[in-house]
Structures are given as structure tokens and as C-alpha cells.
Design a protein around this ligand. Structure first.
Ligand code: TRP
Length: 468
């Protein structure tokens, strides 16, 4: 174990895993997915999925990782099922896809930090132009990938853990402050009721699929990121309570990010929340268009301070996520191909940056990549640009991965082995309700529902076919 490194203690692991989970998914993606999904009904489904379907998957991933002390590909082989390492490879592929576009968005966020510092609040209105300026946003993306690679090259407890420990709490305090400010603005309550008062009649396949995809993405599940992080966890740590903390932190931060953003949006729109659900308004631009106007409204030096600090923290939140995304393929190359850590890091980061170039060009610079989905004939249930296409593809693969991971644990590796791993570090597990629920979840609930939903989301997102 020593040569691979490990987290220094349970708190270090929880914070790093929560750092992986908390990122652009919570603050950038969650609000616009809620907007697309029509508001509060989406939020209710999202919360339900997180606790009922995702929580068992999270425990399973961490347990597989800790049992084997390996990356997702090696882990399946080490348990004696070499054929199943295809699930790990799928996860690896998925992680590469996610990092390729995520890094681009993280670059936007970092660039906004600089724009805010210079007091350029007009950038919100000029967001469309901003992402077309590919030399600028490209440079930010390079800076971001470079920083990610630097931290990952420092190893587990030195880099990843330290960064997460300081930055996460600061971000939470900052968002809470903005929530309080948001509540004082005109029309704030219209935003809140859009966010929190559900209209269940609005639920359709798009809303269900969107909520499930968001749950998986936000919790970093389905691709083995938590198998990898689990591989650095101590044998006497309690996996279940760790997973509970990680889930609560992630869901909590997404939730308060919503409390912050929807009053702001309502303020900007003069209370007409219907516009948020219309295609073309929300989407990937939502926070980038909305927030600068809010900071301008705060005004003066304070506006500049709050605005720049916010985007700086958002960049850091993104950084603890990109770090986890890069860590997976790096751990794979280090474990399975015996390449040194530093070399593996720079190699993999470089390749993923290149794979992200089409996403970089898809904000209007390249006609082809900006209209990619329409050109190749994908249904208009996903946005046309290449970045959104890759994001949707990765999301769907996460569902597949999650389904296969629980199926594997329940039926191939067998649940008594999973239980034995979980029981280590959790006294009383064997007689607990948690065990009963978990066993039901991994053998019946999750495999069946995830398989069904995977097929339904695939048909809906890519072919525009809706079963319900
Ligand atoms: N969960 C992160 C976010 O919300 C993104 C992320 C990091 C991720 N690692 C992942 C998503 C692994 C899926 C799988 O921003």
C-alpha cells in the first residue's frame, strides 16, 4: 500500500471524495438542469434518486476499491473476474470523456474570476462572444489542465487531500452568504417557488432521465472514481458512514446553490420563471449569464470582491473534481502499465486536453462542432453543441456503469463478499437495517431500475423516443 499512497485518515478521504463530488455539477450543471426539467419536480426526483439509487452504488464502489486497493480495471481482475474489467475500462473511457469537456467549462469559470477582478460585469451579457474567443478560453483550459496535473502528480495525501480540506468549507460559507443576499432581492420568492414547489404533472421521461443523470454525475458515480478513491481508504474506516457524509455534502451544496441561483434568475427575469425552462435561455450559460449582473448589482469594490472570489472558489471546486477525474486513468496507467506516476500524469493530461479541443470549439467558433448533434442526426432532446453531446454521452454511460457495478457486486462477486468488506470498520453492520436495505438495493432495486432507466434515457436523449 505504501508505494501507492493513501489518505491520512477518514476525514481526509471524506473531504477528498466530497471534493470530487462537489464541483461544476452542483453549481453550474444542477441549476440549468433544474431549469430544463421545469423546476421543483426535478429536484424531488433528483433527491430521491440520490438517496435510494445512488447511495448503494457509492457504497459498492468504495468497498470494491478498498477490498482490492486497485484502479477500476485492475479491481475487477483482482477479485477473480477478469472479463468484468471491461466495466472498469468503460469507466476509464467515461472519465476521459468527462474530463475533456469539464476542463473546458472549468476554464470558463477561471476566466470569469479574472474578468470579475477587472470589474468586467458586462461579461454576462457577452458570454456567447466570450466562449467563441478560443485563444482566450483555450489558454484558461490549458492553465486548468496544468493545475490539475500538478496536484495529481503530488500524490494522494500531499496534493488532493490538502486542497480539499481548506477550499470546501470556504465555498460553503460563501454560497450561504449569497443565499442570504439573494433573498433580499425583488422577486426572490418567485424563484424559490419555481425551485421548491413541485408540479408533478410536469414529470416526463426527460425530467426523470435528467434527474437521474444529474444524480450520478454530481455524486461522481458509475465510472470507478470512487473505486479508485476507495482503494486509498483504511481498513478500519466505516464505508457506510463515509458514503453518507459524501452524499449529504454533495446534495446539500447543490441544494443551497439552487437557493442562491433561482432568486437571482427571478430577479433578472422580473419574476417570469417560465423563460428559464425555454430552450436557449438556460443551458450551459445559465450561471455565466446570470451571476455577473448580480455582482454588478452588489456594486463597487464589494461587487468586485464577491464576484471574483465566487468564481475563484468555483474554480477550486472544479479543481478537486478534475483531480479525481484525472486520478482514475493515471492510477490505471501506474498500476497496470507500470509507468511512473509523474510521467503518467503529464501524458494522460495532455491526451485528454487534446480530446477536449472539439468541446472548446463548440461554443460558436466552429460551425460543425457547435451544431454537432443536429448534423449527425441526434434528437433535439440534447443541445446541439459538441460539449453537450459529450456530456450527455458520458452521463448515459455512467448509468450503465453504475448498473453493471451493482449487478457485479450482487451476483458475480456475490453479496456476502461485499457485506464482509463493509462489515470491516462498521461494528453491528450484520444486524443492521442498513444491511437489509443494501442487499435488497444491490440485488434487486438498483440493477433493475438502473437497467430500465438506462435504456429509457438512451432512447429519449439520443433518439427522441419517449416511453412515458
Ligand atoms: N461530480 C463532479 C461534479 O459534480 C464531477 C465529477 C468528478 C465526476 N469526478 C467524476 C462525475 C466522476 C462523474 C464521475 O462536478
Amino acid at each position: 500500500m505504501a508505494s501507492r499512497g493513501s489518505f491520512s485518515n477518514k476525514l481526509g478521504f471524506i473531504l477528498a471524495a466530497a471534493g470530487s463530488a462537489v464541483g461544476l455539477g452542483n453549481i453550474w450543471k444542477f441549476p440549468f438542469e433544474v431549469g430544463n426539467g421545469g423546476g421543483a419536480a426535478f429536484v424531488v426526483l433528483y433527491l430521491t434518486f440520490c438517496f435510494i439509487l445512488c447511495f448503494p452504488v457509492m457504497i459498492t464502489e468504495i468497498a470494491i476499491g478498498r477490498k482490492t486497493s486497485l484502479n477500476p480495471v485492475g479491481a475487477f481482475s483482482a477479485l477473480g473476474f477478469k472479463n468484468w474489467n471491461i466495466v472498469g475500462k468503460l469507466g476509464l473511457f467515461c472519465g476521459v470523456l468527462i474530463l475533456s469537456f469539464y476542463n473546458v467549462v472549468a476554464g470558463w469559470a477561471f476566466g470569469y474570476f479574472i474578468e470579475m477582478l477587472m470589474g468586467n460585469f458586462e461579461i454576462g451579457q457577452a458570454f456567447g462572444e466570450y466562449i467563441k474567443d478560443i485563444f482566450k478560453v483555450g489558454a484558461y483550459a490549458i492553465v486548468f489542465m496544468f493545475s490539475t496535473a500538478f496536484i495529481v502528480s503530488k500524490g494522494i495525501s500531499g496534493g488532493i487531500e490538502k486542497a480539499a480540506k481548506i477550499l470546501m468549507p470556504t465555498l460553503i460559507v460563501m454560497i450561504l452568504g449569497l443565499v442570504v443576499y439573494a433573498m433580499t432581492l425583488p422577486n426572490a420568492m418567485k424563484g424559490i417557488s419555481f425551485y421548491l414547489v413541485p408540479e408533478f404533472s410536469e414529470i416526463d421521461m426527460g425530467v426523470i432521465g435528467g434527474a437521474l443523470r444529474q444524480a450520478f454525475f454530481s455524486l461522481s458515480l458509475g465510472m470507478g472514481a470512487l473505486i479508485t478513491y476507495g482503494s486509498y481508504v483504511g481498513k478500519d474506516d466505516n464505508i457506510v458512514s463515509s458514503a453518507a457524509y459524501i452524499t449529504l455534502m454533495d446534495v446539500g451544496i447543490a441544494f443551497i446553490a439552487g437557493l442562491m441561483i433561482f432568486p437571482f434568475v427571478a430577479f433578472n427575469l422580473g419574476g417570469d420563471m417560465q423563460q428559464v425552462t425555454e430552450p436557449g435561455f438556460g443551458g450551459p450559460g445559465l450561471i455565466f449569464v446570470t451571476l455577473p449582473g448580480v455582482f454588478e448589482n452588489i456594486g463597487g469594490v464589494l461587487g468586485i470582491l464577491v464576484g471574483s472570489f465566487f468564481f475563484l472558489l468555483l474554480s477550486f471546486a472544479a479543481l478537486t473534481s478534475t483531480v479525481s477525474l484525472l486520478e482514475v486513468p493515471v492510477a490505471y496507467v501506474v498500476d497496470e502499465h507500470k509507468v511512473g506516476r509523474t510521467k503518467a500524469v503529464w501524458l494522460v493530461a495532455g491526451v485528454i486536453f487534446l480530446i477536449g479541443i472539439p468541446s472548446l470549439l463548440s461554443g460558436g467558433y466552429s460551425e460543425f462542432f457547435s451544431n454537432f448533434s443536429r448534423i449527425i442526426g441526434v434528437a433535439d432532446t440534447i443541445d446541439a453543441d459538441f460539449l453537450s453531446f459529450v456530456a450527455a454521452t458520458a452521463d448515459v454511460l455512467l448509468l450503465l456503469g453504475g448498473c453493471l457495478i451493482v449487478f457485479f457486486a450482487g451476483y458475480i462477486w456475490k453479496k456476502h463478499n461485499l457485506n464482509a468488506e463493509i462489515a470491516q470498520g462498521y461494528k453491528g453492520y450484520d444486524n443492521s437495517f442498513v444491511k437489509t436495505f443494501l442487499n435488497f438495493a444491490i440485488t434487486i432495486l438498483c440493477p433493475i431500475l438502473l437497467a430500465l432507466l438506462f435504456v429509457m434515457v438512451l432512447l429519449n436523449n439520443f433518439f427522441g423516443i419517449s416511453i412515458i
